[in-house]
Ligand binder design. Structure first.
Ligand code: IVH
Length: 671
């Protein structure tokens, strides 16, 4: 492909992808399937990698992330990011209204109400129609430059066109993690034995501070905007600014309302008190703003907050109930999760019967006892949590709770690793809920995606002793399936076809499907991309595993141990024999064996590639990336801004130092 051809393909792909994005996020219209969309995006990324001179910050490829930021730069806000004063009662609101009327004597005014979104405040700067900076609030005067991470939020436009906005303007909004993403991430973390994220707000704020933007992209953050700022006057009212933002393609929550007086504001508050719980995100109150921008200016600011706005916070919704019992559930990795069974109680529009209590430490800290009166609160999770115990109501004879010593499902003594909060059942091969959950994990869409196989069939196959490990699925015969209750010819054929089809699932899906503790979907992808086949992962030393970006000691140890277990080795052999994918295929195939047997340490910043991309390139040509410089190392690949210590060490050990251009020459690519 010539450069010109590449350029026009890249332009065409970008236009198409942006169109689909806009249709999807602004008009809720799926023009193409997710699969087709991903294919286009992949094609674009491939072309941009092959022709790095056409890379661009406003390309939709930036949405998938991949940039690693070590330290976020501090940036000054053009307009200070203030906070709002809070009120908690109707009286406070009436007082606010009185103050406004006093400051605007004999003037008509209107209020504009919005929900108060519970996330992380963002400042988005646009220059000549392009998003040039995304920053956190910080101390209000300066915040962190998190542009790379902000670009992964799909509802934040990278480019604005078709509206008359000045060359330079700023948009303020709230980045948040939708409840659904939060629950899904925590479910996966729980299954993988990872610590749970506390609530959607912390999850959003932690995610935006991550160094690897590809992980940010996978976390599915969203953003509602609520302010448009510029040196030039763009509107007369806040309502007009909001309309401009909507027109420019920003995501504005449709929950706002113009209110003619404080009585209308109070009605808005009452209306949203329970309705807000059905929204896709957490909200903790409402924000009342004066609609006219001229009046806003006249009302002015205190040192910390505007005088023209106020936040009304809803009280956390909680209820008292009685702790009837504790149920202990065993998950796929053997982790035991206690769940409180409560006397049914109404809370924020639903009947609550269960509450999460995390682990033994939580039970001990709360000193929970059966029969206790407990307080439950609805947070971001679907399952509410216990927030307190009413000690004065405790029955004097209530015994202290003893955490079970044995597995509630198979009676094997539980173990608790040092430093971990959870108890585990170590009976991996004989504990029924673990076995069942392993199958469910294996067949799910993000893993082997076996159509026609559901929980009921898994249970039936297990009961009939037809399956013990996931490899047995690939040995099932027509007769065996047909004999199951509810199966006829067509459904049997469908299931067999689904199983056959799953052999095409890519390596990262298979690796994820194995259910190695701490190896979620993202980690599986990282490992697959880095090592390219299962044998390389199985043979990797812990230090090689840790050298992979975002793989820490805990994950490395878990992966290392998994592959040293003879039962797991046997399982992988059987799955290989069945024909599952155990290596990266397609465009990720090794491009040459030019660097076969050579080891590299990669350091600094590169002109044409992100650091991860350079590492991938080394592997694609047969080389290996390690993390520390030793006398055995073949090359130190040095970009800009590499620390002097690394350079000195390489020189003293006589390890050759390569520049980006020299490296590209080595693999036959000219920069
Ligand atoms: S307007 C001068 N509108 O609440 C401040 N803020 O305590 C103007 N927030 O930092 C902010 N929803 O992160 C505004 N609809 C909304 C909001 C909102 C959430 C957050 C924002 C701000 C904090 C103020």
């Amino acid at each position: 492909m010539t450069k010109d051809e590449a350029k026009s393909s890249i332009d065409a792909l970008r236009e198409k992808i942006e169109y689909y994005n806009e249709q999807y996020y602004q008009h809720h219209n799926s023009v193409v399937s997710d699969y087709e969309f991903d294919q286009l995006l992949e094609e674009l990324i491939r072309l941009e990698n092959d022709f790095p001179e056409f890379k661009s910050q406003d390309s939709p490829s930036q949405r998938v992330g991949g940039t690693i930021t070590k330290n976020f730069e501090t940036v000054y806000h053009r307009f200070p990011m203030l906070s709002l004063s809070n009120t908690y009662s109707e009286q406070d609101l009436l007082d606010f209204d009185k103050r406004i009327r006093k400051s605007l004597p004999d003037e008509d005014f209107e209020y504009f109400c919005e929900l108060k979104f519970d996330g992380v405040a963002l400042s988005l700067r646009y220059e000549n129609g392009l998003l040039v900076q995304g920053a956190t609030r910080g101390d209000g005067v300066r915040g962190d430059d998190i542009t790379h991470n902000v670009r992964t939020i799909r509802t934040i436009p990278l480019k604005i066109s078709g509206v008359d906005l000045p060359a330079s303007f700023e948009v303020r909004g709230e980045a948040f993690m939708p409840r659904k993403s939060f629950t899904a991430i925590n479910k996966e973390r729980e299954e993988n034995g990872e610590a749970l994220l506390a609530n959607p707000r912390n999850a959003a704020s932690g995610t935006l501070k991550m160094q690897d933007s590809s992980i940010v992209a996978s976390r599915k953050l969203d953003c509602y905007v609520y302010a448009l700022l510029s040196e030039e006057a763009l509107a007369d009212t806040h309502a007009e600014s909001i309309a401009l933002l909507e027109k420019a393609g920003f995501n504005v929550s449709p929950t706002y309302r113009k209110c003619k007086d404080i009585t209308a504001v109070i009605a808005y508050i009452e209306e949203w008190e329970n309705k807000r719980l059905e929204l896709p995100l957490e909200t903790d109150g409402i924000v009342v703003k004066i609609n006219s921008l001229a009046q806003q200016e006249r009302l002015g600011y205190t040192a910390k907050s505007p005088r023209w706005a106020i936040a009304y916070k809803y009280k956390a919704q909680n209820a008292a109930s009685r702790l009837l019992d504790i149920e202990y559930n065993v998950g796929r990795t053997g982790a035991v999760t206690p769940v409180a069974l409560l006397e049914p109680v109404q809370l924020a529009g639903t009947v609550v019967k269960r509450a999460s209590i995390h682990n033994a430490n939580f039970i001990a800290e709360m000193d929970l006892r059966i029969g206790d009166t407990v307080y439950v609160e609805k947070g971001g999770e679907i399952i509410p949590k216990i927030t307190g115990v009413e000690l004065k109501d405790r029955l004097p004879q209530a015994p202290e709770l003893e955490y079970p010593a044995n597995c509630p499902a198979c009676d094997t003594p539980l173990v608790r690793k040092e430093g971990e909060a959870a108890h585990y059942c170590p009976n991996e091969t004989g504990c029924p809920p673990q076995i069942k959950a392993r199958f469910e994990h294996f067949i799910q869409r993000k893993a082997l995606n076996i159509d026609g196989l559901g929980e009921r069939t898994i249970v039936a196959l297990l009961e009939k002793n037809l399956i013990h490990t996931v490899a047995d699925l690939y040995r099932l015969t027509y007769e065996e399936i047909y004999a199951l209750e509810g199966f006829k010819d067509q459904s049997t054929q469908n299931l067999l076809a689904g199983i056959e089809n799953s052999k095409k699932a890519p390596f990262e899906n298979v690796l994820f499907g194995l259910g190695i503790r701490y190896v979620g979907r993202t980690v599986a992808e990282k490992l697959a991309r880095h090592f390219r086949n299962v044998d390389a992962i199985a043979n990797a030393e812990k230090e090689e595993l840790i050298a992979v970006p975002e793989i820490g000691e805990r994950i490395a140890e878990s992966v290392y141990d998994y592959f040293r277990n003879p039962q797991h080795q046997q399982l992988i052999e059987e799955l290989k024999e069945a024909g599952l994918q155990f290596e990266v295929t397609g465009r990720n195939k090794p491009e040459s064996s030019e660097l076969e047997g050579k080891t590299f340490v990669v350091s600094g910043v590169f002109e044409h590639f992100e650091r991860d991309e350079i590492k991938e390139l080394i592997q694609a040509h047969g080389g290996k990336v390690v993390s520390s410089i030793s006398a055995k190392l073949d090359y130190l690949l040095a970009g800009d801004k590499m620390g002097p210590a690394k350079k000195e060490k390489a020189e003293s050990l006589q390890v050759p130092i390569l520049s980006e251009a020299e490296f590209l020459n080595m693999i036959g690519q000219n920069s």
